[in-house]
Each structure stands twice: as structure tokens, then as C-alpha cells.
Design a protein around this ligand. Sequence first.
Ligand code: SF4
Length: 206
Amino acid sequence: MTIFYEFEGKLYANITNRCPCACVFCIRKNGDVIGDSDSLWLEREPTLDEIIAAFDAYDKEGIKELVFCGYGEPMERADVLMEVARHVKRVTDMKVRINTNGLVNLIDPSFDVYSMRYIIDSISVSLNAPDSDTYYEITQPAFGLPAYHSMISFALLAKNIVGDVTFTVVDSFLSEKQIADCQKLADDLHIPLRVRHYVTDNESYT
Ligand code: SF4
């Protein structure tokens, strides 16, 4: 079971394969490995103790950042993620980032976003589209059209709490006009936008 793997000098945590979305660009449709990792399909979800034991046992020499990403939406296990992140902060000086679809408020309405303060260093949120209809087509969230505004609300709140929040879009599924509209929206919200190129062998887009 691959819980941690390295990619381009960062350590990635794969704690769940669950996700409420079915993005048209999802790397899970294109294979089951990233970089040199073994299969990232988990036969079962690792327990909190198993994740922490695997982290402690991992040779982290030279690694400066842990990214919760993996083959699924890491905030499906938000409480476990936060416990692991607290442990990482206790025993290392690594930065902690979350790559997320930004839908935790719908996935787990009891999750306290304020608990991320001083624990999570940065968050990458999948903006995916400049409007809710296009977002629904690209992301196909189980929560329907309200998902878009929930994602935007999460990003704004996280920006106030964590500070370093970035939006991402994947270029191949948007027109130039739509990407420009995403940039304008991101600028209006004072959140940087990263335009990612569609690839099939890179880190998960989550
Ligand atoms: S890209 Fe991320 S949010 Fe989209 S379906 Fe895949 S794991 Fe879920």
C-alpha cells in the first residue's frame, strides 16, 4: 500500500481514493501511478496510526514539503489529514500543503476551517472554471451546481486563515476566453491562478 511517494523533490501523501467529483482531466482515469510510485489505488484506507508510522519510517532526507494530494480528495478525511499535519509539524520543519477540490464544506460540514491556522502552510484549490455551469461540466461534483460557490467560499476563507492559497485550472478543457475569465475572477478575489497543462503522468490535479 503506497501512502507516501516522492515526486519532483516533494513528499506526497495518499490517504484516500474517495472523491465526490469526476473531473474530465482526472489522472485516475489514466493509470494508477505517479512518477516512480507503486500503484496509488489503496486496497483500504490506512488508519491514522498507519499513516503516522509510515511517515516516521520514510527517509525524508532533503524533503522540505509534504503535499496531501494522492489518488482522491484528501479532505474526504479532513480530520485524519489534520492529525497527520499536526504530527508533521511536531516532528519536522516541513511545509504542509493541501491540493484540494475545495469542497470540504459540503463533504464534511462539521470541519472547522480555522483549525488549519498555523498547521497548513498552503492550499491549492481547483477552480477549474469561470462559472458554475462550466464547473459542473468539467468537475461533475456529486453536490451539483452549488459546489462551485462552496469551493469559492472555501478558498476565500482559507485565504484569510492560511494565507497562501492558489487557484488552478487545467488548460485543455477551457477556451482562451474562459481562461481569461478565470484569471479575472482570481484577480478580483486576490488569489493567484496557476494554469496547468493537461498531462497524464504528473501529480494529481486535485
Ligand atoms: S481531479 Fe481531483 S477532484 Fe477531480 S475527480 Fe480527480 S481526484 Fe477528484
